[in-house]
Design a protein. Structure first.
Length: 106
């Protein structure tokens, strides 16, 4: 069950992060803050490699913005492939959720 749980968590985290980027166009630390505010405690060591993979997979891009704190911030945007992936993930999530609800609440 651990492997299944880990794979499910990775997929859900990817889905949520793509959704966050699509909705807010944020930088990495903001993603972590939002996840924590929703009680989804995730380490930087999980989020940043995932962002790197999403970039490599062509689902996100980034641009640099100077900040008042002195360090430039890398802001993320979805590519068209990222938007398409998010739409597909949303569809899959809703289908899975509805199927589980039917099965468990019969």
């Amino acid at each position: 069950m651990d492997k299944t749980s880990t794979q499910m968590r990775k997929w859900i985290l990817e889905y949520i992060i793509l959704g966050i980027i699509h909705k807010w166009g944020v930088y990495g630390a903001e993603i972590i803050e939002k996840l924590k505010s929703w009680d989804l405690i995730v380490a930087e060591g999980t989020v940043y490699p995932l962002l790197s993979r999403l970039k490599t997979d062509g689902l996100i891009t980034y641009y640099w913005v100077e900040s008042d704190s002195g360090h430039p911030r890398k802001y993320y945007n979805l590519t068209q492939n990222g938007k398409d992936a998010l739409t597909l993930m949303e569809k899959n999530w809703l289908e899975m959720k509805n199927s589980i609800k039917k099965i468990l609440h019969k």
